[in-house]
Every structure is written in structure tokens, then in C-alpha cells.
Unconditional design. Structure first.
Length: 527
């Protein structure tokens, strides 16, 4: 990088901070901070949902997979995510929106106290919080790895720089700042991705590279599945990502909750699904061509995209592409920080402190911001250990730990919204959660060590989710725990859009004050 590239990068950081400060004006209470007050346009929610699913792991870990195995990087990663989000557009997105509009909650997990019980809510909240610290730590490490390639900065320095900038804008501006910066980041990444695509085609056969390059690439590079990324892995990944990207990891759930209606949430999900199907093709094509242009230095080829960027792009454009790396990581990390702050301040803190149950708007908002800062600091500390023997490497954390542990947390949360599973109560939720975590440990460690060659990756990540799913459903039949109170919660979440429109019309007419019957009392002011 030279001075021009640094100017682009510093300018980007400045714009992100400025958006955060501007968004500060739109945040008056906890609802604004966590769910944008239910006023986010569906198209902004869709772009934000899409961007918050990326990180620099795309340009390190998945770039290494694309370099080594080719097309399977798209077929077994972004394609199943696109399909999963499209499935969830009608199944989960509208119900998540109704959590906010009808139950008046600001955290995705807030409804679990009434749907199951306090113990279930706390188990999912604490385990998800700890997992997210590790997950976001891997994201910081990924972007710091890229920064070190271009600038020579150490891993720790890179983590501190990106973490502090992200902390400023997402702490002061909440979900509005996240969404608006993600819109800006999407536009930047659009130009950066197209610039890289044009540079690669110009270095090879021009526009015809799109169809002529395949005969020149290593054998098997065009195969839809390759190496450890088999058809079984593809199906397992689709299974997992359908839950994860429809709200199982909480930050995407907030995007649906932030729209004005269930219908808008569905439109938001469909837009995100389309972007997941189209845009990764533009980003992956240069990575597929990388074996013809550079020789990766790292064993996992995670440096291949960075090396190719250095070789092909002039200064200025190089800075723009690096900004693109940052944009995805900062989008995901800031959205995760906001989700964790929501869960802690709305679900965990009130059980730990009597004072937290009585927070007014100002105190609740202050707690949300301090929680965001604390979460970012902890994840940055974890990031410095990602390449230790415990975590092995970035892609191991992202694929194995996060995908494997997400299922037991997501199953009770996601399926708990569906009327089909009304008989599954606290026992089903807690047993499925605990058994899923145990299955993850057994499959990935004792069994993996005992089996010659180890347990295939697809089973390492899918077995915990499968165990949780089977037990959740089975226990619901063996020990049904449906009650009128739980059924009432489900009715409010599952009623259709006609009721949403009627409720909006009724809200426009002056009526008696007070919460709607069956809605949980608000704990943090007017949100």
C-alpha cells in the first residue's frame, strides 16, 4: 500500500464513523438501538441482512477453498445460504417481525421466557453469547490477517484498529448505524468486486475468460463438490444455514424485526436470498482463476486472494478492494455486537440484577452501549488466540465451531415460533440444547480421535443440529407441555398479515392506553 491506498482506507473509516454519529440522532430508546423502532425500509433491511452474513473469512478461508477446490466454494457455501434464506422468507421472517410488533420485544430471545420458561431463555442466551465471542474473534483475526499482508501491521494491531472503528459507529448509532454503514459498504464492495473481476479477466483472456478459463484450471476445479466438501456436506450445510441465516444467530433476526410489517420482512428476506445467489459469483470467479495467476504461500491458500490483489490492481483500486475486505467484516461484527447487546441487556441482565429490571430509557440505552463495547473487547481478545492449537485456524472456528454449535441454540429458538411444534415445551428445549452440545463435543473430540482418519467434516457440523432436532420433536410427543399461555404466544406470532394491517390501522386511531392483552410488559421504557 502507498499513500493513495492509505487515503482511501482512512477515508472509509472516517465515513463509517460519520454515519454512526449521524445515526445517533435517530436513537432515542432501546427499541431504536436494537430494532430501529420498526421503521427500517424492507430494501435496507435486505441489504443489511445480506451484508451482515459476510466477513473477511470470505477473502481468506473461503478464498483458500476456491483456490484449492474451485467451484465447490460457491456450490457448498453461498448457494445453500441463498436457498435457506428463501425458505425462511415465509417460514421465519414474518414471525420474527411479529415478535417485535405484537409481543413488543427488542431482543430475539425475549419471547422465550413466555414460550418456555426463564431457565430455557437463560441457557440459550448464555451459550449463544459465549459462542458469538469466539465467532466474532475469528472474524477480527481474518481481517487482521489480510491487513498484515498489505501493510505489515501485526495481527494485534490490525485487530485493535478494526475493532475500535467498528466499536465507535455501532455503539453510538445502534442498528440504524449498522444498516446504513452496511448500505455504504455494499456499494463499496460492488465497485471493488467488479474492479477485481475486470482485472482478472484483463490479465487472462478478456471477457471470454468466463468460458475459456475452465480448460486451463487444475483438474476438478469445475466440479460442484470436491475434497471434503461432498454432497453430504452440501445437504448438511443447507440444513444448518437454513436455521442460522434465518435468525438462529440472532443478528439476522434483528433485520426482520426492524421492518414495519411481516410482509416487509418477507420481502427483505427474498432480496437477501437473491443477493446471496448472484453476488458471490462475482467475488468467487477471480478466486477460481487464482491458481493461474499466483502461488499461495500458506498451506491452506488463505493468502491467495490478497496476493492476487497486490499483483493485479493499481494503487487506489488496491485500497478500494482492501476497504471491501473491511466492509464485510465490520458489517458482520457490528451486527453481532448489537444482537449480543440486545440479548444481554434484555434477557440476561434483568435476571442478574434487580436494578436492571427497573431501568428507564436512558439507563437501558446506556447499558446497551456499554454491553456493545464489552462484547467487542472480549471478541478482540479472543481474536489474538484464533491461531492457537485450541482453535487451529480461522476456517476451523467458522465452519466447525460456529456451524456445529449453532444448531442446539437455534432449534428451540426457531422452531419455538412454529405452531407445528406447540407441544414441545421447556423439557424438549433444554434437553435438545444440552444433548446437542454434548453431541458436538463427542463427535469433534473423543470420537474424532478414535476413528481412523477422523470424522468427516459434514458429520462434525451436522450431527449436533440433527440430535437437537430429533430430541426437540420427539420429547414434544412423549411429554407434551402445551399450555393456554404458550398457545397464546404462538397465536400472536403465527396470525397472518391481514391481522398485521388491521393492527396498524387500529394504531392510527386514538384508543385507550396500555399494552395489548397477552403482550409481555416492557422492561426498558417506551420501546
Amino acid at each position: 500500500m502507498n499513500s493513495l491506498d492509505w487515503t482511501v482506507l482512512i477515508g472509509y473509516f472516517g465515513v463509517m464513523v460519520a454515519i454512526g454519529l449521524w445515526s445517533h440522532k435517530r436513537v432515542d430508546n432501546v427499541s431504536d438501538f436494537f430494532t430501529a423502532g420498526g421503521k427500517m425500509p424492507w430494501w435496507l433491511s435486505g441489504i443489511s441482512h445480506h451484508m451482515s452474513g459476510y466477513s473477511a473469512v470470505m477473502f481468506t478461508g473461503y478464498a483458500g477453498i476456491a483456490y484449492t477446490y474451485g467451484v465447490t466454494s460457491f456450490v457448498t457455501w453461498s448457494l445453500p445460504i441463498a436457498i435457506g434464506i428463501f425458505i425462511g422468507a415465509k417460514l421465519f421472517a414474518p414471525r420474527l417481525n411479529r415478535l417485535r410488533s405484537r409481543l413488543h420485544v427488542a431482543s430475539p430471545l425475549e419471547y422465550l421466557k413466555n414460550r418456555y420458561n426463564l431457565q430455557t431463555q437463560q441457557a440459550l442466551a448464555w451459550s449463544g453469547l459465549l459462542l458469538k465471542i469466539v465467532d466474532v474473534g475469528a472474524k477480527w483475526a481474518a481481517i487482521a490477517t489480510l491487513l498484515s499482508v498489505f501493510t505489515g501491521l501485526s495481527l494485534t494491531q490490525g485487530i485493535i484498529i478494526t475493532g475500535v472503528i467498528t466499536g465507535i459507529y455501532c455503539t453510538v448509532g445502534g442498528l440504524w448505524a449498522d444498516a446504513l454503514t452496511e448500505l455504504g459498504q455494499f456499494i463499496i464492495q460492488l465497485f471493488a468486486g467488479i474492479a477485481m473481476l475486470i482485472a482478472v479477466m484483463g490479465k487472462l483472456d478478456g471477457f471470454s475468460t468466463l468460458w475459456t478459463v475452465w480448460d486451463k484450471l487444475p483438474e476438478g476445479h469445475a466440479d460442484p463438490t470436491a475434497g471434503p466438501y461432498t454432497v453430504t456436506f452440501l445437504l448438511a450445510f443447507l440444513f444448518i444455514k437454513t436455521f442460522e441465516y434465518n435468525g438462529g444467530m440472532w443478528n439476522q433476526a434483528q433485520r426482520y424485526m426492524a421492518t414495519d410489517s411481516a410482509r416487509s420482512a418477507t420481502r427483505s428476506a427474498r432480496l437477501s436470498a437473491i443477493l446471496w445467489f448472484v453476488w458471490p459469483l462475482v467475488l468467487f470467479f477471480p478466486m477460481w482463476c487464482a491458481p493461474l495467476l499466483v502461488k499461495a504461500q500458506k498451506p491452506d491458500a488463505s493468502d491467495s486472494y490478497a496476493l492476487m490483489t497486490e499483483q493485479l490492481l493499481p494503487h487506489g483500486l488496491l485500497g478500494l478492494v482492501i476497504v471491501g475486505f473491511f466492509s464485510h467484516t465490520m458489517a458482520m461484527c457490528s451486527s453481532d455486537a448489537n444482537a449480543i447487546a440486545a440479548v444481554f441487556t434484555r434477557d440476561i441482565a434483568p435476571t442478574l440484577s434487580k436494578a436492571a429490571r427497573g431501568w428507564n430509557e436512558r439507563a437501558g440505552l446506556l447499558a446497551a452501549r456499554w454491553t456493545t463495547i464489552t462484547f467487542l473487547a472480549l471478541s478482540m481478545a479472543i481474536a489474538t488466540q484464533v491461531n492457537s492449537p485450541t482453535f487451529k485456524d480461522i476456517i476451523t472456528v467458522v465452519i466447525k465451531w460456529v456451524a456445529g454449535l449453532m444448531g442446539p441454540i437455534a432449534i428451540p429458538f426457531m422452531l419455538g415460533m412454529l405452531r407445528t411444534f406447540r407441544k414441545s415445551g421447556p423439557t424438549a428445549a433444554l434437553v435438545s440444547w444440552a444433548a446437542g452440545l454434548l453431541a458436538f463435543w463427542l463427535v469433534n473430540y473423543p470420537i474424532n480421535w478414535a476413528v481412523e482418519g477422523g470424522v468427516p467434516l459434514q458429520y462434525q457440523v451436522s450431527v449436533p443440529l440433527a440430535v437437537s432436532l430429533v430430541l426437540y420433536v420427539l420429547i414434544g410427543f412423549v411429554k407434551p407441555e402445551a399450555t393456554p399461555e404458550r398457545d397464546a404466544v404462538l397465536s400472536r406470532i403465527n396470525d397472518g398479515d391481514d391481522d398485521d394491517r388491521a393492527a396498524m390501522a387500529a394504531a392510527a386511531v386514538p384508543a385507550q392506553s396500555g399494552p395489548v392483552d397477552g403482550a409481555p410488559a416492557d422492561r426498558a421504557g417506551k420501546d
